[in-house]
Design a binder for this molecule. Structure first.
Ligand SMILES: [Zn+2]
Length: 120
């Protein structure tokens, strides 16, 4: 779970992971170009506080963390709407990554959901 100070930086990371997003609170959909344009506009019109930051999930969803703990998911990935997004950063920090393929793994999982490798 990477952290970024601007939505544009977060979007630039997210576009390397998937190529369409749904806005969490509406049915608006964004492609790569649309997301980057929106991120630029948002950063210039509505910059976040110094102690806030954006996070990007392993699949490319973008969230805003305002208090260093709770995550407000803003953009959900269009391809994997079932992604199990953590509600807080503390949960997120417990996510491990598969040693074989690098996919994010929920704590306690016995197999990687992406490549199927058995986990220790
Ligand atoms: Zn894997």
């Amino acid at each position: 779970m990477e952290q970024f100070n601007t939505l544009l930086k977060a979007a630039e990371c997210a576009v390397t992971r998937c190529n369409s997003w749904n806005f969490a609170t509406s049915n608006d959909r964004y492609d790569v170009k649309g997301l980057l344009v929106l991120a630029k506009t948002s950063d210039s019109e509505n910059p976040i506080d110094e102690d806030s930051f954006y996070v990007v999930s392993p699949a490319g969803a973008i969230g805003l963390c305002e208090d260093g703990e709770d995550i407000d998911w803003l953009f959900l990935t269009g391809s994997s709407t079932d992604e199990d997004l953590p509600a807080t950063l503390q949960t997120a920090s417990q996510i491990k990554f598969c040693s074989k393929c690098g996919n994010g793994i929920i704590l306690g999982a016995r197999f990687c959901g992406a490549c199927g490798v058995k986990l220790n």
